[in-house]
Design a binder for this molecule. Structure first.
Ligand SMILES: NC(=O)c1ccc[n+]([C@@H]2O[C@H](COP(=O)([O-])OP(=O)(O)OC[C@H]3O[C@@H](n4cnc5c(N)ncnc54)[C@H](O)[C@@H]3O)[C@@H](O)[C@H]2O)c1
Length: 256
């Protein structure tokens, strides 16, 4: 164990899904810098290899595993490979998700329903289920699901995305009740508007995105690095009595 107070995850093994960009990438870097051995997972091999090389260049430990959370066998393999590589999984950040297509409620399609619910709900459910089997066997673990402030409030033109993120909080709360006594904590991160490729896709222009952030109560969008630090707290032993919680990291957007 290091005496460096910033190495709050020394000795832990942390798995991140959707690690190739945005919040997932920044969090993978943050967890590694805090001393965790990280398993960076995403669909795009090249991005994962670049990230792993970056982490190793800084002197930290990482391994990359390609996995699509829409495929249960990929999720099973991911967990098995993580355990085979590092012997255990202490932390899992289930971050992979999609916005699908935003549109007025009456125009939301069955295809959008499938796209969003397959990744954001079924993919997160599979991830939690298979990670938890490893963690429950160890008697220890911290699962953090990336929900959204849209898991707590509604947004126009995003009915299916919003419903999916409410579902993530439902999975989080239920699993927490079942697993806390067995040593496994389950929480959710509820980000506000965070400047990532996700936001780039939903706004018609860079200016429209900036204007919306500036006009919102926080006065700006948040950063992936700000989210990474919140996840690091939930991952660490600084939060041993925090479970079943949806932690808003939204610059006070929801309370406005
Ligand atoms: N950016 C925001 O404002 C914001 C706000 C609230 C919640 N979120 C949530 O944060 C998470 C990360 O999003 P982001 O903002 O970093 O955007 P992003 O698009 O950069 O990241 C999403 C990641 O998930 C991956 N992914 C999607 N489907 C996948 C699948 N089937 N298998 C494996 N990986 C898959 C993508 O490839 C990508 O790496 C998402 O769950 C999103 O809903 C984002």
């Amino acid at each position: 164990m290091s005496n460096n107070p910033l190495r709050t995850l020394d000795g832990k093994v942390a798995l991140v899904t959707g690690a190739s960009s945005g919040i997932g990438r920044a969090t993978t870097l943050e967890l590694a810098r805090r001393g965790a051995k990280v398993v960076a997972s995403a669909r795009r091999r090249a991005e994962i290899e670049t990230l792993v090389a970056e982490i190793k260049k800084d002197g930290f430990e990482a391994t990359g595993i390609v996995a699509d959370i829409n495929k249960e066998n990929d999720v099973i393999d991911l967990v098995a490979k993580a355990v085979a590589t590092y012997g255990r999984i202490d932390v899992a950040f289930n971050n992979a998700g999609t916005e699908g297509a935003f549109s007025p409620f009456v125009d939301q399609t069955n295809e959008t329903y499938d796209t969003i619910f397959n990744a954001n709900v079924r993919g997160v459910f599979w991830s939690m289920k298979h990670e938890a089997r490893a963690m429950l066997a160890q008697g220890r673990g911290s699962i953090i699901n990336n929900a959204s402030m849209g898991g707590v409030i509604g947004f126009a033109n995003a009915a299916l995305y919003i419903a999916s993120k409410h579902a993530v909080l439902g999975l989080t709360k239920t699993a927490s009740i079942e697993w806390f006594r067995q040593g496994v904590r389950v929480n959710a991160l509820c980000p506000g508007l965070i400047d990532t490729p996700f936001q780039d896709r939903i706004w018609p222009s860079e200016q429209a995105k900036k204007d919306f952030g500036a006009a919102s109560v926080p006065g700006r969008t948040g950063t992936s690095e700000e989210m990474a630090k919140v996840v690091a707290f939930l991952a660490s032993d600084d939060s041993t009595f925090v479970s079943g919680h949806g932690l808003l990291a939204d610059g006070g957007y929801v309370v406005s």
